[in-house]
Design a protein around this ligand. Structure first.
Ligand code: GRF
Length: 211
């Protein structure tokens, strides 16, 4: 399968997917990496892996619609089967999301539906939660609200601060994102028209597969 990865930053999840392809875990190829920011380290990772890089600076567009239309055109030139959002920090329009419905994944640093949005680690600690984690989910029009495919729960230690917790969550991200992409590329993971996630033909619980 052909994959386009969207990033805005360091691209450590992109790297995990590049590595999983290199070692044969994922039966797919990254056709291009698209960033809305110039000079981010994720683009350097793509360059080192010999993957074409696309930069589309959102600041050069006067609306979200025109930015997303430019992205869609650049993405579709590569005829991807799967779009992977890996630290892509722009909110997407409904048109963009609908266009890739069922073939776009995102990773979010919380056990969704808890803590959509930003500062998830700090919020989990402040709430006194005993567990935190990360979720790979299909992207729908609701921000961070699409149905989960995989979740990795992490125990919160009393000694944790947002930084230490973030490090453990990030390591878990690097395990579950390649796994979700592996499953999707092997036609094992799918979003049904009714909005449920299926793995090997069986509908998953609302929180997704528990890693
Ligand atoms: C991750 O924490 C991910 O959960 C969030 O953005 C961050 C991306 O990190 N959506 P990286 O660029 O893959 O290192």
């Amino acid at each position: 399968k052909s994959i386009v990865v969207l990033i805005s930053g360091s691209g450590s999840n992109l790297q995990a997917i590049i590595d999983a392809i290199a070692c044969g875990q994922i039966n797919g190829r990254i056709a291009a990496v698209l960033s809305n920011k110039e000079g981010v380290f994720g683009l350097e990772r793509a360059r080192q892996a010999g993957i074409p890089q696309i930069v589309i600076n959102h600041r050069l567009f006067d609306s979200r619609e025109s930015f997303d239309a430019a992205m869609m055109e650049a993405i579709d030139a590569h005829h991807p089967d799967l779009i992977v959002l890996a630290g892509f920090m722009r909110i997407l329009t409904a048109d963009f999301v609908r266009h890739y419905q069922g073939r776009m994944l995102n990773i979010h640093p919380s056990l969704l539906p808890k803590y959509k949005g930003l500062h998830t680690h700090q919020r989990a600690i402040e709430a006194g939660d005993s567990q935190h984690g990360c979720t790979v989910h299909f992207v729908t029009e609701e921000l961070d609200g699409g149905p989960p495919a995989i979740q990795a729960p992490i125990d919160i230690q009393t000694s944790d601060d947002a930084d230490s917790l973030q490090q453990r969550v990030h390591s878990a991200e690097h395990q579950i994102y390649p796994l979700a992409v592996e499953w999707f590329c092997a036609d094992r993971l799918a979003l049904t028209v009714s909005g449920a996630v299926q793995l090997d033909g069986a509908t998953l619980a609302p929180e997704g597969y528990q890693f």
